[in-house]
Design a protein around this ligand. Structure first.
Ligand code: DAH
Length: 335
């Protein structure tokens, strides 16, 4: 029996040395290492071996199988190593490029969670009949303050609260600027939303960032009332946050609206219904109409401005505003 093992080893060595390409190597593998190969057959004869010789025979047969396996792998890598040398063909004669290999997956990008939120908001307001308007991020004092009825001594103008680029220009601190730009260019009736970045030199923490996004709304027509404002916001809240959402207006002050209100929406925050302050709103101040040459006796309107990050953070349960702008894809790919 031990002779059989030696004989098999000699045969295997000879055959392996003779295997010169991938096809012959495969034939070798089947002949010796396959499920019906010579080594399997050899082990199957174990039961014919006398009981006292069996452990030794088994050990030898296994050792042989390991040696043949190792030798096979060595030979395979020798042949494989020859692949690169020369005429673009593998040593086995096949093509060097395996076109059947699965390709490398190209990772798909996706819109940032803030972009997604803006798109959803625009879509909802679009259904309510609002067009989309845009304005520049670098603004002048007229559009950021003067036309919005913010006088020179108003604290909102403080250099410490704004990014001034020079005496006259600054990064816009609110999207309300776009109200002015739209009214300068068009005549009523007007129904627009504007989204974009605004800038304030706030210290960064979990809820503050020096740049964030707002969505601004402006509606101008004859005999527009506060009821139209509240109805519009309610329609929006239900469409966006679900039919059980509610709207609450709390009296407040903004220079460009009179009366003015803070806007709270009752929405579901991680399973719990809660009032969340989303921004401000009110009836367009007659002085604003004056600044753009509209007749305040003829035209009435409402406006609102909401924080996009607030909406997204509540909706997705994002605890820290800074995570939105660190560009860590492990965070961003969750949305
Ligand atoms: N611009 C205000 C802010 O940034 C928000 C705002 C309040 C916008 C009232 C409006 C409005 O259009 O009517 O705090």
């Amino acid at each position: 029996m031990m002779e059989r093992i030696e004989q098999l080893q000699a045969e295997a060595e000879r055959d392996l040395a003779a295997a010169g390409d991938a096809e012959q190597l495969e034939r070798f593998r089947i002949k010796y290492l396959g499920s019906k190969g010579a080594l399997k057959t050899l082990l199957a004869t174990l039961k014919e071996v006398p009981a006292e010789d069996r452990p030794q025979f088994g050990a030898q047969a296994n050792a042989l199988r390991e040696r043949v396996q190792e030798a096979f792998e060595r030979r395979r890598s020798e042949l494989g190593a020859a692949v690169g040398d020369g005429g673009g063909r593998a040593a086995g004669g096949g093509p060097m490029l395996d076109v059947t290999e699965p390709g490398l997956r190209q990772p798909f990008g996706r819109p940032h969670v803030i972009t997604q939120t803006i798109d959803e908001l625009i879509e909802v307001f679009g259904r309510l009949g609002f067009d989309v308007a845009t304005g520049p991020e670098i603004e002048d004092e007229f559009h950021n303050f003067v036309a919005l009825n913010i006088p020179p001594e108003h604290p909102a103008r403080d250099p410490l609260d704004n990014f001034y680029l020079d005496e006259k220009r600054l990064l816009r601190s609110q999207t309300s600027t776009v109200q002015i730009r739209v009214m300068e260019k068009t005549q009523p009736p007007i129904r627009v939303v504007a989204t974009g970045r605004v800038y304030r030199p706030d210290e960064h923490d979990a809820t503050h960032y020096s740049m964030f996004h707002q969505i601004e709304g402006l509606y101008v027509d004859r005999r527009v009332s506060m009821a139209d404002l509240k109805t519009t916001l309610m329609q929006f809240a239900r469409a966006y946050f679900g039919p059980e959402a509610e709207v609450r207006l709390r009296p407040s002050f903004f220079p460009f609206t009179e009366p003015s209100a803070e806007l709270d929406i009752k929405m579901q925050v991680r399973g719990r219904w809660d009032w969340v302050e989303l921004g401000g709103c009110g009836m367009v101040d007659p002085n604003v109409f004056g600044a753009v040459g509209y007749d305040p006796e003829q035209w009435t309107g409402f406006a609102f401005g909401l924080g996009v990050e607030r909406i997204a953070m509540r909706k997705y349960g994002i605890a820290d505003i800074r995570w939105l702008f660190e560009n860590d894809v492990r965070f961003l790919r969750q949305f």
